[in-house]
Design a protein around this ligand. Structure first.
Ligand code: BES
Ligand code: ZN
Length: 765
């Protein structure tokens, strides 16, 4: 059945709200099946809106008890109630009036996990994007900002913890075994940032002092008994708060900041003002069960939700089409945070891999859509890789195009100008146009045009003229609903590398703007001539993955090898090594299929060994670069009729060869990567663990006798999940002895088998 709700919503039809809400006073009486919600709204009719314009509030699965207007109970004739709306028809002349609405909801029956729900005895909320209407009737749209005061009441022994947005004001007994807490949030916010929690939870607390001296009480609430596993999250929160002050001049703005971790949560985490709610897998981390990847995830997500306090909460989105305004920008900010806290090159490589694995296919498929779409039916389906990841790439590209300093000026202006606003992408870009004194109208196409542009590149070196000529042509493929595409603004950080492996400087560049190693490609085609180039350079392009594009440039095998060994740009060096390895592995794959032996390229092995031994490179980066393309990566290149066994064989032959060439140096390198006896989740230690594990995997693949013994003892003596799981994986994948494999698996199974889960572990149903 098609209801009006199923109709598509269009950006071009955006209309400002006719009514706004100044303050919201909520009184929520928590009860498993009959939660009473009393809401008092101060409503303001906007200029040029007549009193005959009805006030239409959103609602969903609410039981209406009563409506009063300016203190007078309304009768059924004065309002109209449908499944999705409450319309107040007769309104007073004065532009301001007070509306009181009482509704009843059933949090236990709420299995959509949207609005207020009860799970494992705890009450919690999720209101983004349109969940607040499942708590009370409201103008549930992000451009209606109000100041909220919330009184919560619940059974004291069942729900001793009562949390809301903003600052705690008062708490006390409410009689009959019940108690209450009042919270006030002075910052106007949209309804999707509303939250409450009522539960029996354990907590940890730390003080934080902001740059300007505000004392903030930080709290993390978890299931009782799990408090110790929240220390890492608390540390990540404190580091996030400091980082945002140092890098973006963003300070926290309330007296408390709370995070609640619950096991039933559809999303990863949610940035409710002053009260972030997390799926507990992104909060709880202890060495016995969390891997380094999980620690880094916890850190990144804690940071992401915290950073929303400015990019999302203080400045929110005018409408849901502008979702990338908060999500793309906040992903960019959390990427930068992780780059500063951990290894910048490794983080960049991981982000690009993620983008190519999820966003590129989305952009090439039937669901391709612009970073800022122009129409949607269901907003929940638009929290996509394109909005988030490509959205973050656009911010990064903007910083590249205008330069770091002007980017900072632009973002400062955005924070200053739009604090307290519900903004749009146009308003955001205008700040950068004004701060950097540039025209970003072509850049803005990235927000409206879907599809991954392809950049075809060819080069020619002219020895007698000492010129290096590059020809570029960009094509953005058609996507559903967007047949023809305009050329987009593509920045390209490049290098012309000389035989001494240094980047060469041209005396003159014509054909495109070239500044600080960045070429600015704005036309469909460019022919760019670099003069004063006295030897044939090796060309390195899309350095740092400057633009989210596909590049077609045919590198000769020797140039690829050169870049894999010498490119000063750590991203492009990794890319070259990967491309080089892929070529060998695909040749190996074909050899395996043809029943021939796979040829091993000595040059590749040499480069790999030099990379391993290069102590100027951090261990995490060495581990990343030396990790060969995965089975999946190779299958994607092969495309059709993939033979997984042949891929595995090809990979194992190359790993064996790497294991053999590393063998003489293995113990020396392993010794340089030693950790102290007690576990430390730091990025530096995680980097060492990953390189140690890679070395062991290749050594075991090559059947080194000592490695076969060492890996088993590593498994046994490991004091953390990362080391133990890595050893297990190596044993299972490469150990030639079946008993060794079986024993390790049986041990792992025994160690980590959860006692039979209780039925309530399966969610709220
Ligand atoms: N605002 C979102 C949470 C959200 C997602 C609400 C979808 C409604 C629908 C939050 O900031 C977010 O983006 N969370 C991510 C994790 C983040 C690190 C990318 C999530 O929940 O997956
Ligand atoms: Zn987010």
């Amino acid at each position: 059945m098609r209801t009006t709700q199923d109709q598509a919503i269009h950006l071009k039809n955006y209309k400002e709200p006719e009514y706004r809400i100044g303050t919201v006073d909520l009184d929520i009486d928590l009860h498993p099946n009959k939660t009473r919600v009393k809401s008092k709204l101060s409503v303001i009719r906007q200029k040029n809106v007549t009193k005959d314009t009805p006030l239409i509030l959103d609602g969903d699965e609410l039981k209406l008890i009563s409506v009063s207007l300016n203190g007078k109970l309304l009768s059924g004739d004065d309002f109209h109630e449908t499944q999705t709306e409450l319309t107040i028809k007769k309104l007073p002349k004065s532009a301001k009036f007070e509306l009181e609405i009482e509704t009843e909801i059933d949090p236990t029956a709420n299995t959509k996990l949207m609005g207020l729900y009860r799970s494992g005895g705890n009450y919690c909320t999720q209101c983004e994007a349109e969940g607040f209407r499942r708590i009370t009737y409201f103008l549930d749209r992000p451009d209606v900002l109000a100041v909220y005061t919330t009184r919560l009441e619940a059974h004291k022994s069942e729900n001793p913890v009562l949390l809301g947005n903003g600052n705690p004001v008062k708490k006390g007994s409410a009689g009959k075994g019940r108690h209450y807490a009042i919270w006030h949030d002075p910052h106007p916010k949209p309804s999707y940032l509303f939250a409450l929690v009522g539960g029996d939870l354990g907590s940890i607390h730390k003080p934080f002092k902001t740059l300007s001296g505000r004392k903030v009480k930080l709290g993390i609430y978890v299931e009782k008994g799990k408090e110790n596993s929240a220390d890492y999250a608390m540390d990540a929160l404190i580091r996030s708060m400091k980082w945002d002050e140092n890098v973006f001049d963003c300070e926290y703005d309330l007296d408390v900041f709370n995070i609640v971790a619950v096991s039933d949560f559809n999303m990863g985490a949610m940035e409710n003002k002053g009260l972030n709610i997390f799926n507990d897998k992104y909060v709880l981390g202890d060495p016995e069960t969390a891997t380094d990847a999980e620690y880094s995830n916890i850190e990144g997500i804690i940071a992401h939700e915290y950073f929303h306090n400015w990019t999302g909460n203080r400045i929110t989105c005018r409408d849901w089409f502008q979702l990338c305004l908060k999500e793309g920008l906040t992903v960019y900010r959390d990427q930068e945070f992780s780059s500063d806290e951990r290894s910048r090159p490794v983080k960049r490589i991981a982000d690009v891999r993620g983008l190519k694995a999820s966003q590129f296919p989305e952009d090439a498929g039937p669901l391709a859509h612009a970073v800022r779409p122009e129409t949607y039916r269901e907003i929940n389906n638009f929290y996509t890789a394109t909005v988030y990841q490509k959205g973050a790439e656009l911010i990064r590209m903007l910083a590249t195009i205008i330069g770091e300093q002007k980017f900072k000026k632009g973002i400062d202006l955005y924070f200053k100008r739009h604090d307290g606003d519900a903004a749009t992408i146009e308003e955001f870009l205008k700040c950068f146009e004004q701060a950097a004194k540039v025209d970003l109208s072509q850049f803005a196409l990235w927000y409206s045009q879907a599809g991954t542009p392809l950049l075809n590149v060819s080069s020619k070196y002219n020895k007698s003229k000492q010129t290096f000529i590059l020809e570029f042509e960009q094509i953005t493929p058609s996507t559903p609903g967007q047949k023809r595409k305009l050329p987009v603004y593509i920045p390209q950080r490049i290098g012309l590398i000389g035989s001494n492996s240094n980047d060469m400087k041209a005396t003159k560049v014509v054909g495109a703007e070239f500044k600080d190693d960045v070429l600015h490609l704005t036309k469909r085609k460019h022919k760019v001539t670099f003069s004063g180039i006295n030897e044939r350079p090796v060309f390195s392009l899309n350095r740092g993955f400057t633009a989210p594009i596909e590049v077609d440039y045919r590198q000769s095998p020797s140039d690829l090898a050169f870049l894999a060994a010498n490119d000063a740009d750590t991203f492009s060096r990794w890319q070259a090594y990967q491309n080089y390895a892929s070529k060998l592995l695909l040749a190996g794959y074909r050899a395996v299929l043809a029943n021939k032996t796979m040829k091993i390229d000595a040059k590749f092995l040499d480069i790999s060994k030099d990379t391993l031994l290069d102590e100027s490179l951090e261990p995490a980066y060495r581990a990343t670069i030396l990790s060969l393309p995965s089975e999946g990566d190779l299958a994607q290149i092969i495309g059709k009729n993939v033979n997984p066994d042949a891929i595995a064989k090809s990979l194992s032959v190359l790993k064996t060869a790497l294991g053999e060439i590393f063998e003489p140096e293995r113990n020396k390198v392993l010794n340089s990567l030693k950790s102290s006896d007690s576990f430390n989740a730091s990025a530096a230690e995680a980097g060492k663990r990953s390189l140690r594990s890679l070395l062991m995997a290749y050594a075991v693949a090559s059947k080194s006798k000592s490695a076969l013994k060492d890996v088993v003892s590593n498994y046994k003596k490991s004091n953390n999940m990362t080391d133990r799981f890595n050893a297990l994986r190596t044993i299972v994948n490469y150990h030639p002895t079946k008993t060794a494999r079986d024993k390790a698996l049986a041990d792992f199974y025994k160690r980590y088998t959860h006692p039979t889960p209780k039925p309530e572990c399966f969610g709220v149903i």
